[in-house]
Write a protein that binds this ligand. Structure first.
Ligand code: UT7
Length: 335
């Protein structure tokens, strides 16, 4: 039973990445690694880093302003802001509230959502509910991260992978048959310790010892996350397709979470998709967690990859563990 009154779709997109580039060669000077290894095992060549002390709301604001303009609305028109991030400005207030102030979106309710790299798709699924039932007209969904603060630059397991960036989309009502057609969200909390920042929360509050032990930085069992990702990324798309009786051959574009080219290739293989239908920008930006999918959508749009009516699959996975996918029919004219 559904009370759907409208379809929810993307009215506008935006993105922003900081100017400063950190190349693999730069990282060779920090930890025992090399460009060839990083490129072969991950596909990443460089990533962006915000200047130290940059709040994530600052880079998010730039992406949000672009999305609002692209949607042809004003910040004052926003009814809700959902901010997906694992690197918030503060514990309190929420970064969504900081962004609401920065944008002057006085009418908008605002909250943060933490589903790690799956965050943007989780947030989009929530936004869709409010649009579909007619409660809200315009919802800004942001995925943004300043991961350069959370990465241990002495740990070669993680510091090679991550980058900073922000992506945003404005959702609103679109004609029937367009916009979000289906989504699939999932979680497996038993895998929580495979990608974790152990200290700084209520489970292990900050102490001198925790700081010395570098427990405020991300720790990852890369192999375990890799296995999980390869298993789940294609499957979540197939599960979403099944809900609407669509076949994988009907997908025109796959926008995967940009974590590792080998994970992306495995997902494409599972979906029988040639790589020219798969958008990849991880070579330039690395893994920007919640920002990776919205940056990819916004960039692909500006590269004129999408035609009105194209079927796009978004697919993410991340800490939690979590996964999320969304099937949508692109509703914007290519300009
Ligand atoms: O959004 C979700 C975030 N997380 C992920 O997506 C991570 C998923 N996992 C991965 O992407 C991969 O597991 C990594 C890129 C992290 C690691 O690649 P891998 O192919 O699983 O490498 P490995 O851990 O099996 O290590 C292979 C070898 C080891 O050496 P030995 O034991 O074979 O001699 C490592 O010590 O490579 C070594 N190694 C490195 N060498 C150079 C591990 N990290 C590095 C490094 N540079 N940065």
């Amino acid at each position: 039973m559904t009370n759907k009154r409208h379809n929810a779709g993307i009215l506008g997109t935006g993105y922003y990445v900081p100017e400063k580039r950190i190349t693999n060669r730069d990282i060779e000077k920090m930890v025992d690694t090399n460009d060839a290894w990083i490129v072969e095992r991950t596909g990443i060549r460089e990533r962006r880093a915000a200047e130290p002390g940059t709040p994530v709301s600052e880079i998010a604001c730039k992406a949000a302003e672009m999305a609002i303009e692209d949607a042809g609305v004003r910040a004052e028109d926003l009814d809700l802001i959902i901010f997906a991030t694992l690197t918030p400005d503060y514990y309190i207030p929420s970064t969504a509230c900081v962004l609401q102030m920065r944008l002057g979106a006085a009418k908008a309710a605002a909250f943060d959502l933490e589903a790690a790299c799956s965050g943007f798709v989780y947030a989009s699924a929530i936004a869709a509910q409010f649009i579909e039932n007619g409660i809200y007209k315009h919802i800004l969904v942001v995925g943004a991260e300043v991961l350069s603060n959370m990465v241990d630059w002495e740990d070669r397991n993680t510091c090679i992978l991550f980058g900073d960036g922000a992506g945003a989309a404005v959702y609103g009502a679109v004609p029937e048959g367009e916009g979000i057609l289906a989504f699939d969200l999932g979680a497996d909390g038993t895998g929580g310790d495979t990608l974790i920042v152990p200290a700084g929360g209520s489970a292990q509050p900050t102490t001198e010892e925790s700081i010395k032990a570098r427990q405020h930085f991300m720790q990852m069992d890369g192999k375990a996350v890799f296995r999980f990702a390869v298993k789940v990324m294609g499957k979540t798309v197939l599960d979403a397709l099944e809900k609407i009786g669509m076949d994988k051959s009907e997908i025109d574009h796959l926008i995967p979470h940009q974590a590792n080219i080998r994970i992306v290739q495995a997902a494409a293989k599972r979906l029988d998709m040639p790589m020219d239908k798969v958008f990849v920008n991880l070579d330039k930006y690395g893994n920007t967690s919640a920002a990776s999918i919205p940056i990819a959508i916004a960039e692909a749009q500006r590269e004129h990859r999408f035609k009105k009516g194209d079927v796009i699959a978004l697919a993410g996975f991340g800490a939690g563990l979590t996964w999320a996918s969304c099937i949508l029919r692109w509703t914007k004219e290519d300009k």
